[in-house]
Write a protein that binds this ligand. Sequence first.
Ligand code: ATP
Length: 205
Amino acid sequence: MIGIFGGTFDPIHYGHLRPASEVRHSLDLDALYLVPAANPPHRVSPIATPAQRMAMLELAMTEFPDLKADDRELQRGGLSYTVDTLQSFRSDYPQTALVLLMGTDAFEGIESWHQWQRLPELAHLIVMQRPGWEPESSRDWVAERIASSASELATQLAGRILFYPVTPQAISATGIREALAAGGQVSGMLPQPVLDYINQNHIYR
Ligand code: ATP
């Protein structure tokens, strides 16, 4: 199984890295790709440039060598639709189960995503618990796809939804950007090489 975890990563932090790493190991994924969005459709443009967000991901990987960074959305440019990204991974891995990771907040809004009905046709969805957000499984299309254990995902290439408890990390990129802009402390929320890079390049100040 190949994992795909999209985000703005403005900047990457332990709230992304630790849950992703936990999923990678507990589900024994063959690889887990972090895919930064060029322009995320539903939000204001990132502050850090695509090159800076990619550089921060690469720096974070030194502490998380079990994760990989993938720049296909940045290469593609324009609005980054997850459906296009999954289609692209599906072409690379025609016969391998794909799992799309997201936090509970992202899953909550998934029905506003471009061609969202195609997402479970292309991949399994793994919803990682995020502090302050309760998983919502009452929607019909969700209820009929719920997997009760990770082992169920291996039996098909796509189509199941797994709510996965990860160690909660009360960290957000917004919180980090706001703290940095106010001259506050963010150590412990993201890898030190990433923080050094932010400081050296005066991002978010
Ligand atoms: P922002 O505060 O700028 O909205 P963010 O911290 O939510 O950023 P994103 O890059 O927007 O980070 O999120 C990418 C993905 O990571 C989303 O699926 C989101 O749900 C998930 N995610 C972010 N932070 C956490 C966290 N602390 N725990 C679990 N999942 C998280």
